[in-house]
Design a protein around this ligand. Structure first.
Ligand code: PLP
Length: 427
């Protein structure tokens, strides 16, 4: 086995320098099982951050499904194949009526890019409304609509067809207090008015229903519902990005958008969908799919191949057979409650739904100055204690917790115990 130093030097020589590595002392992970990762020395880490390995690292049912299908056939969507259509049916059965047409892709970025193409074709408009600090993917089309990237280091800002709403953050955002939700909804209306006056175009609105890169931000009550209404009144359409939050993680609901009482026109999903296998999808209405069917074939070499579909189907089965949505609710609520009991001046807000939780750290409860340095120190100390977390939010001051949804109450206790000790140490 190569040692850490050799891997680092090979990486330096042969991988692009803009790939990042987690932690001050990088980890050399060689094996994963359930909610645990193991390094080359055999040290066990509790994985509290990997929402891609949704039902646990290397889940045997998922691995077996992939292996069996690989041994039989792997082609593409140009042949009739029951594995593909069975999966499409089971997946769309999980969505509200009307959202029943699938397009399979290979990453969250690919799904969002395809969703944008459909939305823009349908509305005949490129005018896009996004939430500040949102991240929707790494393709050029998505850097354009991701303030997290285009307003960050190396970014060139938003293009003129992208309209950014202040992040609907009730804790440190532009609007706070009682009427804050209305304040943010009015920002959406202002963007719609601008789009209509400037361009006469119809708005395309894309949002996560609980923001990931925004810092595990739960949207204000009514914000998404009212925003969807305004966008639709203006003839626009709404895309829900479920790449981080879908597939039962919210606990109370299977999809994030359901927690906001909305039904999108287009849903995009990825990450957890394949439990680490590159699988993603766009699901939309028949009407939108027919408009997209304008003569140009949609072909994707890998999207929707039988192996990917077998994997995706196995993930859905495991979520159901192991009652994992319910586990996300139970353990998520327990963890939120325990985190709320930690009494430390750095903790500004504990928030989240199910097993998608953020702990926002501030240096001062009046000025709300973000405690980025401290958040980074804590994440590195937690790693030394054998627990993997990371930071998020535009100021990198939110501790993010989004483990595989097999996480147990005992895991939650281990996390909170260590976090409490580290908070004590650094104060
Ligand atoms: C909300 C959201 N959408 C889309 C993406 C892009 O997904 P991928 O990295 O699979 O391309 C991400 C990735 O982190 C994401 O968080």
């Amino acid at each position: 086995m190569l040692d850490i130093k050799t891997i680092q030097s090979l990486r330096k020589r042969h991988l692009g320098p803009s790939f990042s590595v987690s932690y001050q002392e990088p980890l050399h992970i060689v094996r994963g099982e359930e909610q645990y990762l193991f390094d080359a020395e055999g040290k066990r880490y509790l994985d509290a951050v990997n929402n891609i390995q949704h039902v646990g690292h290397c889940h045997p049912v998922v691995v077996e499904a992939a292996q069996q299908q690989y041994e039989k056939l792997n082609t593409n969507t140009r042949y009739l194949n029951e594995t593909i259509v069975n999966y499409a049916k089971t997946l769309t059965d999980k969505l509200p009526n009307g959202l029943d047409v699938c397009f399979f892709t290979n990453s969250g970025s690919e799904a969002n890019d395809l969703a944008l193409r459909m939305a823009r074709l349908y509305t005949q408009s490129k005018q896009t409304i996004v939430l500040d600090a949102a991240y929707h993917g790494n393709l050029s089309s998505l850097i354009e609509i991701s303030p997290y990237k285009h307003d960050g280091p190396g970014g060139a800002g938003a293009p003129d067809f992208v309209h950014t709403i202040p992040m609907p953050d009730l804790y440190r955002g532009k609007h706070r207090g009682e009427d804050a939700s209305t304040g943010y909804v009015n920002e959406v209306q202002t963007a719609i008015d601008y789009i209509q006056q400037k361009d006469g175009g119809k708005p395309v609105f894309i949002a996560e229903s609980l923001m990931g890169c925004g810092g595990q931000l739960v949207l204000p009550e009514g914000f998404l519902k009212k925003s969807f209404e305004l966008v639709r009144q203006a003839g626009g359409i709404c895309i829900a990005d479920e790449v981080q939050i879908g597939f039962g993680r919210m606990g109370s609901h299977f999809w994030g958008f359901e927690t906001c009482d909305v039904t999108p026109d287009i849903v995009t999903m990825g990450k957890s969908m394949g439990n680490g296998h590159p699988l993603s999808a766009v699901v939309t209405t028949r009407e939108i799919a027919e408009v997209f069917n304008n003569g140009m074939e949609y072909f994707n070499s890998f999207g929707g191949n039988p192996v990917s579909c077998a994997v995706g189907h196995a993930v859905l089965n495991v979520i159901e057979d192991e009652d994992l949505q319910h586990n996300a609710l139970d353990v998520g609520n327990y963890l939120l409650n325990e985190l709320n009991k930690i009494n430390h001046p750095l903790i500004g807000e504990v928030r989240g739904l199910g097993l998608f939780i953020g702990v926002e750290l501030v240096n001062d409860h009046h000025t709300l100055v973000p405690a980025e340095k401290e958040a980074n120190t804590i994440v590195n100390r937690m790693k030394e204690a054998g627990i993997l977390m990371s930071t998020d939010g535009p100021d990198h001051n939110v501790l993010k917790i989004k483990p595989p949804i097999i996480f147990t109450r005992e895991n939650a206790d281990e996390l909170v115990f260590n976090l409490t000790s580290i908070f004590k140490e650094i104060s």
